[in-house]
Ligand binder design. Structure first.
Ligand SMILES: NC(=O)c1ccc[n+]([C@@H]2O[C@H](COP(=O)([O-])OP(=O)(O)OC[C@H]3O[C@@H](n4cnc5c(N)ncnc54)[C@H](O)[C@@H]3O)[C@@H](O)[C@H]2O)c1
Length: 259
């Protein structure tokens, strides 16, 4: 059962421990910062080398406990070590923000199967590996928890040259729904946040030149999203204010998928 807890709209996370996967920069970095502002202790897990520096900066700025762990979500041993290290550091894990991401654009008739498999290994299977390991820890703790994965507007519409990325994010939406169904009895909410293009390394890699101009023109809000706007949606799905929402894929797209 996912319990009712009275809420006051403060989105408070004090006393909670969170892992942000893909938290060394981009949307993950903004999410880690927002969680820290709301009082959570934060583990930053990412395959980048700067995890420890990113974690130390948060601790210094917001006075919360942090830990930085190098983790490649395609490796089960990294996943297991990360969950064990965070449990040891914070005693429990209450929130998982799960957003490692990879994109390589190519037309469907040319893309290599190895590139398709890399998308699936990181964006879908890697996210599942971490969700499963953290959910098992949450089940052991017996207090429920929150899992929020970052999906994409590509879940809802076809986008040119996005076949590998879209296959992986569609698989992720399937995972979110099934895990939400199965883990509700343990008090665990599982949700997605589906952004439009966001001004990050990944957003800039995928959207340059004329396609960028055309895309901005196609978004009713007439701009790309900023990382804090996505982090705010992740925060909402990470606190008690959203306890009655599970299995959802919340679109944050300035209206792009209305049409
Ligand atoms: N930027 C966009 O336009 C956009 C739009 C929709 C969805 N998203 C999704 O948002 C999430 C965050 O992306 P971002 O825009 O912040 O991009 P980003 O490139 O800044 O962040 C992605 C992070 O994932 C990490 N990562 C990649 N492979 C990993 C692996 N194997 N193990 C662990 N970490 C790994 C990277 O090191 C990086 O820190 C991704 O899941 C992405 O698919 C991004």
């Amino acid at each position: 059962m996912i319990e009712y807890r009275k809420v006051d709209g403060s989105f408070d996370l004090s006393g909670k421990s969170a892992i942000v996967v893909g938290g060394a920069g981009g949307i993950g970095g903004a999410t880690a910062e927002m969680y820290a502002k709301k009082g959570a202790n934060i583990a930053i897990a990412d395959c980048k080398d700067n995890v420890k520096e990113a974690a130390a900066r948060l601790a210094e700025t917001y006075g919360v406990k942090t830990i930085g762990l190098k983790c490649d979500v395609t490796k089960q041993s990294d996943i297991d070590q990360t969950v064990a290290a965070v449990t040891e550091a914070f005693r429990e894990i209450n929130i998982l923000a799960n957003m490692p991401g990879y994109v390589e654009l190519e037309s469907a008739e040319c893309i290599g199967v190895d590139v398709i498999e890399k998308h699936l290994a990181i964006n879908a299977v890697g996210v599942f590996r971490m969700s499963q390991a953290v959910a098992n820890q949450m089940i052991k703790q017996g207090k429920g928890g929150k899992i929020v994965c970052v999906t994409s507007q590509a879940d809802f519409i076809a986008i040119d040259k996005h076949v590998g990325y879209t296959m992986s994010k569609a698989a992720l939406v399937g995972m979110i729904k099934v895990c939400a169904l199965e883990w509700a009895e343990f008090g665990i909410n599982v949700n997605g946040v589906a952004p439009t293009v966001v001004n990050t390394y990944m957003g800039e890699k995928a959207w340059q030149g004329q396609v960028k101009i055309d895309m901005i023109n196609a978004i009713p809000a007439h701009r790309f999203a900023e990382t804090d706007e996505i982090a705010a949606a992740v925060l909402f799905l990470s606190c008690d204010e959203s306890n009655m929402i599970t299995g959802e894929d919340l679109v944050v797209d300035g209206g792009f998928t209305i049409k």
